[in-house]
Unconditional design. Structure first.
Ligand code: ATP
Ligand code: ATP
Ligand code: MG
Ligand code: MG
Lengths: 343, 245, 247, 245, 343
């Protein structure tokens, strides 16, 4: 077990209290809304702000009292913080130099890393002349250059274009599996989170609200935030065997649950009708259109009613059904795509 | 702007240009100029060595008495230089607090030596450096220092390789102020180090003596001092600013 | 940059050591009032010529500063002050040898060459339209000016009380004031840039310049010889040529 | 640090504490102190008004002769203050370039007036402000100014509402330097404005004259000046630094 | 027609040359890899860097010589650039103040905007205390506050979490349709680009490589970069009616093309087999596995061969087929999901 931490940081109007355990070679992603305290947690792990309470244990050694420079930690900051007076190469060579390597060695290592990041030609460029994504990649190289045992990344891929992101993401994974250390990563991008993380920790308002494998969390979100993140409609209700009652509606689901339970279904499982459809009355109600939004090559329709839901429909359907805000509409949800699980 | 330039113009107009070449050839003038440049430069180095860490202490750490220390730093600024010289004599003079001990331990005495000139100039010029550098440090973004710390840099390495380069323009400005102030130093120098040609007689002291005998010579000497310092400063700036860009 | 500093220190501190062990004195350090810059430099050259192998070093400055330096242990051999008061500071510290008044200096009214204030005598200075500069009473020329004006029974309201006589003279030279009371020597040194107007009351306010070898002089013998040169006819000639009066 | 503090300690030890209360009660001392504080403050304001735009010109624009101008700014720094005073007389004196005209047009003459003291102090202290502020401007991130421009701010608004607040620590440092230098100004003041109690006699002038007759009184006066300035600076800093945080 | 610009900016090692036309109320998104020149183009439009050549016409008025402050333009910068000495409220009120409104008016307007951004409680907070996403939203509010006729946004949504992003995105769309101005937006996120843009302009290495409606570009990418962006495999070959020949392979496609042509197909249309499958030999070849990567709830497999392709398979398939790097494998592509179009 590599990292085992309890992080408590008190701020005037905010309190962060997290338990975090990251195994060897494991990548844990902190996911959460803006202001949830993700950056604060990373800074506490890096030693840049003191813990109000708690402890940080890395490879069995307590490090919460060590100053930042003695922690075997590499950090990629949210806004890069590349040293403006050093070339890209010297930015990356900075860490190895501080670890006592010779200038030549440090530079060779830095050059190798920049090469791997596809930045060989930018070695001698100052950060101010780099584009956003180039700067981010140099920051990544700089953090990797110290061969940290704990790697902390605050939105490391946010400024990368899709193409580079794919490459850097693979590069990052390769490096992460190559070493024994633990990785804690913060991202807003659910795709990045899903792809990179072995385990997700969802943080809201300073506390962990859900934790688990990405697939598991995607399938069974436990908060509104997570549900929206993974594009699901989520409600909390009361299960009585094969249905879950939410706000007066009874949802039929694939699973059987009793007691407090969640129901979740994707927007594409929601069908809209101008008049009450015939057929089985399960998962069927009337609502009012709240908003219409383009979403990729389909349209997402928000419907208010006993429960507020999002539905994905084709542009053709929008025209056909005249889906304008304010219109009353019938909503049904396919039971086959509705999941229920204990709350 | 005119406010700064006009008086200079006044001097230039009144200067007895005809005697200039002859005066420049005087060995005493050359000697005084050399001494001024050397002592001002050494004093600047002394100030940098002592003052930059002090500025860092003031800007980046928090200890009891920091505010008092910061106020004390401005002391030599406000102290009339002649009194500053007296104060230095009281401490480093042969009968001074420290001077006594220096003399008996090493047979070494500061007043009336070139080293004494450096001490007097450094004492007077130090606050300029400290205050300018502290201002620059406060304006700099401390998160770069945090980034360096996470890369394993010790406090000293952070300071040397990140903080200093980031505040280089401020340090440069401070050093320029410091050097120029040291170059123009008069009161503390003449009081503490005396006015010995070739040893402690810097240009401002030579100007003072010239004022006693030939006021116009004094103007010429001042202009020589000015010209040299302006040339050096303009040169330096270009080099440094060039390197930073 | 330690080499000039070191050599300076060595010279300063080595001086007493040599005087104690070897009688061969070669360096003489004279602390003299700034108003003596011209004359004493001249006398120094004459002294070096008369004493081959000797070297005279001058430290010119305000008499008060020099006195302060001497009482703080400056390695000086001779002190020539512009006022008895400053010499007294040194004597009170037990550092002065036998003092002698070697010259005196008399006040004159200095006016710009075009004399815009139409000043002819001391009384004209009381005219409120005439801008007058005096020395501050703390410095010798100021004390003398007050004595002279008191003697004449006049009350002058100056626009400024200057810190020394040179500053006062500068004001006249640049035409900032219409008249000032300065020393006769200064009028002569200004080489025509100001016009001097003697006045009778000046005799009642004469300033004495005392000279003395110093008690802890590193080169006592040379010090004595230099004082003698200043007091000799040869010295007196140089001094009177500059406008000083014999005591 | 010890280097700065020891001489002060020397002064404190030698000061004749017993006569202090009596000396403080002297109306001349109070008068000189008041005059010093008032003129130094006014001179600082003058320097801010003239110097901050000048620093901005130097740091943010590029025009032919900018390098020369920058070097000229340091002139009053290097010029022995007495020569500076002479230079001011040559310009603003009764027979000076500008003074002549002032006198005939307005019947107004600067030398020997309190305004003259302010001019002398501002002349000498200006470079400190300009150089400190220029350093701070160079160290500041110009992209904030770009952002302000895109929001429709004119150059002047950008300067006032974005640039200035961003470089406030630098301007503060510069103003402190400037004020302290003005407070301790001696040579240019006495040369240009003369020395008349209650009108142009500032503390340093009083100290200098006291030194001529009673060195110990001079030390006491210096300490009074020091104490007052340290208290004011410490107070100011707290206020300003507090407001910025 | 609102904006009509030709932007040429020369840099030591780089040249940007774009033609850009944006209609009333239209949102054009610049999409491109890191260093393509997107930020440079925005800065030129905002008046922060001079054009080397070209012109900018806004509502029929040439503005390329106007200084930045006189252009009716609002900018959201890539790294926010909130004024650190002003509160969030005063940051937003800055623009209206500069437009001559009274302090009270400016603040009222700023308060309203912050409210709408869900930041009411952060009005009096300094930027340094805001989290990344909060800061980004304040920056957005600040740019909107000047009611610009041309709105420029450099990665405005990059730092927002998925939930907030959805809201801000809608808010942004609402505002954009409410006014007559043109909007130019830079983003790396293909989803954002697709959702927000009326038209995409793809920039690579300083030049436009493709331009059109999002759906069109997603379906018919013309460069590798765009193809990867929208998750398609793309090749350029020679069409002869019902097939396109690429690197010795003949691809059957839905469309008929002749002459130079692209073929494109999504990774999910690629099937992998351990042994040569029976059946139609069309679109079938042997390759070597190059890399395997988790991608949401499926696995993306990169296969090298006559043409390099990406395939999406289920985790179960990976275990079953033993899809480890280096292994040889048979690849087939469903003709029904393969599109061909002229190059
Ligand atoms: N220096 C500070 N002093 C006081 N409060 C702060 C400080 N820095 C951040 N906060 C507050 O702490 C909370 C957590 O901020 P943090 O930066 O950790 O959020 P985050 O999860 O990283 O958000 P984002 O995804 O937007 O970057 C926020 O409410 C923020 O306003
Ligand atoms: N000030 C400058 N001087 C010289 N070259 C520069 C400067 N700024 C940027 N460049 C170069 O211009 C090119 C375009 O940069 P730009 O910032 O416009 O890219 P971008 O498309 O915004 O990239 P990203 O998506 O990474 O932000 C890059 O190669 C960059 O290195
Ligand atoms: Mg954050
Ligand atoms: Mg960019």
């Amino acid at each position: 077990m590599t990292l085992r931490a309890r992080i408590v940081v008190r701020r005037p109007a905010f309190r962060l209290d997290l338990d975090l355990t990251v195994g060897r070679g494991e990548v844990v992603t902190l996911l959460g809304p803006n202001g949830a305290g993700k950056t604060t947690a990373l800074r506490a792990l890096a030693g840049l702000i003191p813990l109000t309470e708690g402890s940080i244990e890395l490879d069995g050694v307590r490090i919460e009292r060590e100053p930042a420079e003695r922690r075997p930690v590499g950090v990629v900051f949210q806004d890069y913080l590349l040293f403006p007076h050093l070339s890209a190469l010297d930015n990356v060579a900075f860490g190895p130099r501080c670890q006592g390597r010779s200038k030549a060695e440090a530079r060779a290592r830095a050059r190798e890393l920049l090469d791997r990041m596809g930045l060989a030609e930018f070695s001698s460029v100052r950060p101010r002349r780099l584009s956003g994504g180039q700067a981010q990649r140099v920051a990544l190289a700089r953090a990797l250059a110290v061969e940290p045992r704990l790697l902390l990344l605050d939105e490391p891929l946010a400024a990368l274009d899709a193409h580079t992101r794919l490459e850097i993401r693979s590069e990052l994974r390769r490096r992460l599996t190559a070493f024994d250390g633990a990785t804690v990563l913060v991202t807003h991008d659910p795709l990045d989170a899903m792809v990179l993380a072995d385990r997700l920790v969802v943080v809201e308002d300073g506390a962990v609200v859900q934790e688990g494998a990405p697939g598991e969390i995607a399938r069974r979100p436990r908060t509104d935030y997570v549900a929206r993140l993974v594009g699901l409609n989520l409600f909390r209700g009361e299960g009585d065997g094969d249905r879950v009652t939410v706000g007066g509606l009874a949802f039929a689901a694939e699973e059987r649950v009793s007691g407090p339970a969640f129901v979740a279904f994707p927007p594409r499982a929601v069908a809209l009708y101008r008049t009450r459809p015939d057929g089985s009355p399960r998962n069927l109600w009337e609502g009012r259109i709240d908003g219409v939004e383009r979403h990729g090559d389909h349209i997402r329709v928000h419907v208010d009613g006993p429960v507020p839901v999002a539905a994905d429909v084709t542009p053709a359907a929008v025209a056909e059904l005249d889906l304008t805000p304010g219109r009353r509409i019938w909503v049904s949800v396919k039971a086959a795509e509705t999941h229920a699980y204990p709350a | 702007m005119a406010f700064l330039v006009l008086p200079l113009a006044g001097l230039l107009i009144r200067a007895p240009w005809s005697t200039l070449p002859q005066r420049l050839a005087e060995p005493q003038v050359i000697e005084a100029l050399r001494l001024s440049l050397v002592t001002a430069s050494v004093a600047t180095v002394v100030c940098l060595v002592l003052g930059v860490p002090l500025a860092w202490l003031l800007a980046r750490t928090d200890f009891p008495g920091r505010r008092l220390l910061r106020a004390l730093v401005t002391v030599p600024l406000v102290l009339p230089p002649v009194v500053g010289g007296v104060a230095l004599l009281l401490v480093f003079g042969r009968r001074g607090l420290v001077g006594q001990w220096l003399e008996s331990a090493f047979g070494f005495s500061l007043p009336f030596t070139t080293a004494g000139v450096v001490v007097a100039e450094a004492f007077v010029a130090m606050p300029f450096l400290v205050i300018a550098v502290e201002g620059a440090l406060r304006a700099a973004d401390p998160r770069y220092e945090e980034a360096a710390a996470t890369l394993g840099a010790s406090r000293f390495t952070v300071f040397r390789r990140v903080t200093l380069p980031l505040v280089a323009p401020g340090v440069l400005a401070g050093a320029v102020l410091c050097w120029a102030r040291a170059l123009g130093e008069f009161g503390a120098t003449i009081t503490f180090a005396g006015n010995f040609p070739g040893r402690t007689q810097t240009m401002p002291l030579a100007v003072y003596l010239a004022l006693e005998t030939e006021p116009e010579a004094a103007i010429v000497l001042s202009l020589v001092l000015l010209a040299v310092s302006v040339v050096i400063l303009a040169g330096l700036r270009d080099r440094w600013v060039g390197a930073a860009a | 940059g330690s080499s000039p500093a070191d050599s300076g220190a060595a010279r300063a501190s080595a001086a007493p050591a040599t005087s104690a062990s070897a009688p061969a004195e070669s360096e003489l350090t004279v602390f003299a009032a700034a108003s003596l810059t011209g004359t004493f430099t001249e006398l120094g050259k004459q002294f070096e010529a008369a004493h081959p192998g000797s070297k005279v070093t001058f430290n010119f400055g305000s008499s008060a500063t020099l006195a302060q330096q001497i009482t703080q242990g400056a390695p000086a051999d001779v002190f020539a002050a512009a006022s008895p008061a400053t010499m007294k500071t040194v004597a009170d510290a037990g550092l002065a040898g036998a003092q002698t008044v070697f010259v005196r200096n008399k006040l004159e009214i200095a006016v710009p060459p075009d004399n815009p204030g139409k000043v002819e005598n001391l009384k004209d200075l009381t005219d409120p339209k005439v801008k007058v500069a005096l020395c501050a009473e703390q410095v010798p020329c100021g004390a003398a000016a007050i004595k002279a004006l008191d003697a004449a029974g006049l009350k002058v309201t100056p626009v400024t009380l200057e810190q020394d006589v040179k500053a006062t003279l500068t004001k006249v030279q640049l035409g900032e004031v219409d008249a000032a009371l300065v020393y006769q020597t200064d009028v002569i040194a200004s080489a025509g840039k100001v016009t001097g107007i003697p006045f009778p009351e000046a005799d009642r306010a004469i300033n004495d310049y005392p000279i003395a070898p110093l008690a802890k002089a590193p080169s006592p013998a040379l010090a004595q010889q230099f004082v003698e040169l200043v007091l000799s006819q040869q010295g007196r000639d140089v001094l009177t040529k500059a406008g000083f009066e014999a005591p």
